[in-house]
Design a protein around this ligand. Structure first.
Ligand code: DOR
Ligand code: ZN
Length: 349
């Protein structure tokens, strides 16, 4: 790594949590990620969800063929399967031996976008989770309960107490990534848990608190799940991400939705950050005076958790102001990026 106040060169990072969608939408968003990252853990919440190794193989082929020619040899999609009440233990064996499936994703049913096929009761998955533990296949969790009597801002904390902690006791050797953590409670929980559990942190949860949802009016483009939290939580996340603790690593959760589906009476959850992912993380790390900690978080710790080699080439971020476009094309629609029409002061070159 080399750092000056105006330039930062680090080993090429990976994105350990990404939504790429499919078809023309996939073609529209994929180059943003492939320009910056060498690899990405690709979320399986398509319609229908990616529930078998064969589906993951076909989706991987679609991703590779959607890559622009100059990036095809440089970017590798790492596939995941969507856990359901009916995922058979035998599917885990197939996934493991495929070499292309790197994790299984748990969406509690109803927790977020395309989660209606998700798990209704974790107990239904015990045999499958035991198989994952045996084959050392990581479980990725969307850590929120969905009970209507639980406040939306408390869903992550309650998930830790009711689901995650008991799960870790039942399967002590299961490797788990607590995805897109948003609270101080999650940070504390990860810090005191075994080395089997890590967590991804998004750029938007490092940069924004829940005031961003109501800045002078309702802001649908700041709505994601888990929803943005109070400032104390944002600070705890920033402290964790910049601490050099290898349990915390980069996962953008960049989640594109067409403008028409965001600016709605009932708008979709998801923030698109792939257009400037590393610039956003650099902005957050710089504010914390911790640019020297960015490389570990972005380029090493996730690879170590997934037991994959570090990348060898490098990227350079320059201190340079630029204005984020107002929108990007997204199939026939428009896609509004985070910080649309606003300035960022880092640019990847
Ligand atoms: O904000 C989100 N968007 N959170 C998720 O968990 C899913 C994602 C999506 O797929 O749009
Ligand atoms: Zn996600």
């Amino acid at each position: 790594m080399s750092t000056t106040t105006s330039q930062l060169t680090i080993i090429r990072p990976d994105d350990w949590h990404l939504h790429l969608r499919d078809g023309e939408q996939l073609k529209a968003v994929l180059p943003h990620t492939a320009r910056q990252f060498a690899r990405a853990i690709v979320m399986p919440n398509l319609r229908p969800p990616i529930v078998t190794t064969n589906m993951a193989r076909a989706y991987q082929a679609r991703i590779v063929s959607a890559l622009p020619d100059d990036l095809r040899a440089k970017f590798q999609p790492l596939m995941t399967l969507y856990l359901t009440d009916n995922t058979a233990p035998a599917e885990i064996t197939r996934a493991k031996s495929s070499g292309i499936v790197h994790a299984i994703k748990l969406y509690p049913a109803g927790a977020t976008t395309n989660s209606d096929a998700g798990v209704t009761d974790i107990a239904k998955c015990y045999a499958t989770l035991a198989e994952m533990e045996k084959h050392d296949v990581p479980l990725l969790v969307h850590g929120e309960v969905t009970d209507l009597d639980i406040d939306v801002f408390d869903r992550e904390k309650v998930f830790i107490d009711r689901v995650l902690f008991p799960l870790m006791q039942r399967f002590p050797n299961l490797r788990i990534v607590f995805e897109h953590i948003t609270t101080r409670d999650a940070v504390e929980f990860i810090k005191q848990s075994s080395a089997k559990i890590g967590a991804t942190i998004t750029a938007h949860h490092l940069l924004l608190n829940r005031n961003a949802l109501f800045q002078g009016g309702i802001r649908p483009h700041h709505y994601c799940l888990p929803v943005l939290k109070r400032e104390i939580h944002r600070r705890a996340l920033l402290e964790a991400a910049t601490s050099g603790n290898g349990k915390f690593f980069l996962g953008t959760d960049s989640a594109p939705h067409a403008l028409v589906h965001k600016e709605q009476a009932c708008g979709c959850a998801g923030i698109f950050t792939a257009h400037a992912a590393m610039e956003c993380y650099a902005t957050a790390f710089e504010k914390a005076n911790a640019l020297d900690k960015l490389e570990g978080f972005a380029s090493f710790f996730g690879a170590d958790f997934y037991r994959l080699p570090h990348n060898s080439d490098k990227i350079t971020l320059q201190k340079k102001s630029w204005t984020i476009p107002e929108r990007y094309p997204f199939s026939e629609e428009a896609l509004i990026p985070l910080y649309a029409n606003e300035e960022l002061h880092w640019k990847m070159i």
